[in-house]
Design a protein around this ligand. Structure first.
Ligand code: ATP
Ligand code: PRP
Ligand code: NIO
Ligand code: MG
Length: 557
């Protein structure tokens, strides 16, 4: 699925930067108006003017006070290979008015991103509203064409990474989190991207095999109800033999061994009803196929009256042959109550039959889980070890989009501002530098934006941090650590040093580490404290000077 690499400078420490993961990501994956604007810039002779754009979002998603930034690598892969094919040029020509001059299409033929620079916050970082995630500088016509694909590549990636991180936060560090969303995702790219970015956000594994291959994400899975209901009786099992785990001998009739264990469980536990025999057949058959890693879905008929005794009979038979079953999955019912009942049952079997570790077998839960249900389970008390989460996670059910924007902040070294009746939509002008200032306790305290040529904040030196728009909101900070946020990830064909693209695992590690470093009150689900985002005193004054300059003075009649 990797597109060919054909860009101007697509070497990363000697490695080729491949095209975007999804071959649908081409220079045509943009809005028509980017081409009409590019034409108008060209027609006016303005297309080479040097522009600076900021890519940022305005509000944290899911009612939270943090966001995890993701999608950067795909953006860099895109620009490293940005080049129109002849066929694409023809299509653009057909799509624009016939009056558009041929010279524009010759211009498009020649463009790539060798004059573009991208500064970005490292992927996997915790980020906040208004701070540029990317600062893109280059010829205005080219950078304009990048707006839509960049916003597209970052919006969902950051949203779903944040969603995954929030699920991880509620589930707790010790739980195994499995992403099961492919079937419910918004199309194939939604599915593959979800698997990639849920891993970044702290999930442990995915059921999505394509994502496992593309990104090296661990693959995990159980089995479905169809497997259980496809069996009618134990007679269907033809080859009943199973070699002992140590290879010393073979049990010729594993089915009978399972049945004898089931009788022992029934007599010892005083269970008089019959368990479902087709379910027993399915479990036995699955154990014969995977004796080393037996895990059964136990809720097809009745969890406590059938699924669990059947599972235990198979697991005990396996144990007699030296194998250790993994555990069960629950996919319906009251997951808190059932998981506790199952754990008690496992523990009693461990005691009654003297099978060490039986009580600790893994309990996986699935079925329409989300942050709220995980939270409810925690409050009730449960015995679940692993959660399989699909629909709510990958569709980002609680919030449809992050609302990433791409705004012009400077052209030909002239700062630009976008005004709005809604103050939160006023853009912050100038090519900027951004810093994270850390406090005494090691927590990030505030992010601050300054003009490009202002001196950087210094450790131990007091600096005034101002709310960009509210005059009365300001604070002095003496940082204990200063981290510059924007780093160079793309510098066209220049020799300037740039960051290499880290492996996905490193992006995930960064995300987990940064989330752990946040002050807990920013992270809590109910009424979290907003993290402060500020500007320097100088930038504050400039924003307001420009604002007054650009806003027309009204006239009262
Ligand atoms: N103890 C619990 N506390 C809060 N929510 C729970 C608890 N146990 C399960 N849930 C959630 O309740 C919902 C139950 O859904 P629903 O009633 O549709 O399923 P079900 O009847 O259990 O199973 P089926 O899929 O067979 O219909 C799911 O979203 C599940 O995650
Ligand atoms: O519930 P989600 O978070 O989306 O997790 C994935 C779901 O997909 C599977 O079955 P499916 O939903 O296809 O069938 P089921 O509802 O009958 O279990 C699985 O059993 C989960 O229920
Ligand atoms: O492996 C599983 O149990 C699984 C995979 C996808 C969806 N639901 C369950
Ligand atoms: Mg379901």
């Amino acid at each position: 699925m990797e597109a060919k690499a054909n860009g101007p400078n697509n070497q990363d420490s000697g490695r080729v930067i491949h095209g975007p993961t999804n071959p649908m990501v081409t220079p045509l994956l943009t809005d028509l108006y980017q081409f009409t604007m590019a034409y108008a810039y060209w027609k006016a002779g303005k297309h080479q003017e040097r522009a600076v754009f900021d890519l940022y979002f305005r509000k944290n998603p899911f009612g939270g006070e943090y966001t995890v930034f993701a999608g950067l690598e795909e953006c860099i892969r895109f620009i490293a290979n940005f080049k129109f094919t002849e066929e694409e040029i023809k299509f653009i020509q057909q799509s624009l008015p016939i009056s558009c001059e041929d010279g524009f299409f010759d211009y498009l033929r020649g463009i790539d991103c060798s004059n573009v620079e991208v500064y970005a916050i490292p992927e996997g970082s915790v980020v906040f509203p208004k701070i540029p995630l990317l600062r893109i500088e280059g010829p205005i016509a080219v950078v304009q064409l990048l707006e839509t694909p960049f916003v597209n590549l970052i919006n969902y990636a950051s949203l779903v990474t944040t969603n995954a991180a929030r699920h991880r936060f509620v589930a707790g560090k010790s739980k195994l989190l499995l992403e099961f969303g492919l079937r419910r995702a918004q199309g194939p790219d939604g599915g593959v991207s979800a698997s990639k970015y849920c891993y970044v956000g702290g999930f442990d594994a995915t059921s999505n095999v394509a994502a496992g291959r593309l990104f090296g994400i661990p693959l995990r899975g159980t089995h479905s109800h169809a497997f259980v209901s496809s069996y009618m009786s134990l007679d269907e099992i033809i080859d009943k033999s199973l070699r002992r785990n140590d290879g010393s001998s073979t049990c010729e009739d594993f089915v009978s061994l399972v049945q004898s264990w089931l009788s022992k469980i029934q007599s010892l536990r005083g269970i008089f009803g019959e368990t479902n025999q087709s379910e027993l057949a399915a479990f036995t058959s699955y154990a014969l196929a995977f004796p080393d890693s037996f895990l059964a879905l136990v809720d097809t008929y009745d969890v406590m009256r059938s699924g669990i005794p059947n599972f235990c009979a198979v697991a005990l038979a396996l144990s007699e042959l030296g194998y250790k079953a993994i555990g069960i999955r629950l996919d319906s019912g009251d997951l808190a109550y059932l998981s506790c009942e199952v754990r008690k049952f496992f523990c009693s079997i461990e005691k009654e039959f003297g099978v060490p570790g039986f009580g600790k077998m893994s309990i996986t839960a699935s079925n329409d889980l989300n942050e709220e249900t995980l939270d409810a389970l925690n409050k009730q008390g449960h015995e679940v070890d692993a959660f399989g989460i699909g629909t709510y996670l990958v569709t980002c059910f609680a919030q449809a989009a992050l609302g990433v924007v791409f705004k012009l902040v400077e052209i030909n070294n002239q700062p630009r501002i976008k005004l709005s009746e809604d103050v939160s939509k006023v853009s912050i002008p100038c090519k900027k530098r951004c810093y994270r200032l850390y406090g005494k306790e090691g927590y990030p305290l505030v992010d601050i934006m300054t003009g490009e040529n202002e001196p950087s904040p210094k450790v131990g030196e007091r600096i005034l941090c101002r709310h960009p728009f509210q005059e009365s909101k300001r604070a002095y900070v003496v940082p204990q650590q200063v981290e510059e946020l924007l780093r160079c990830y793309w510098n066209g064909s220049s020799d300037k040093k740039r960051e290499t693209l880290p492996p996905l695992k490193d992006i995930r590690d960064r995300c987990i580490k940064q989330l752990e470093q946040m002050r807990p009150d920013h992270m809590r689900r109910l009424n979290p404290t907003p993290y402060k985002v500020s500007v320097s005193a100088k930038l504050y004054d400039f924003i307001h000077f420009l604002w007054l300059n650009e806003a027309p003075v009204g006239e009262l009649q």
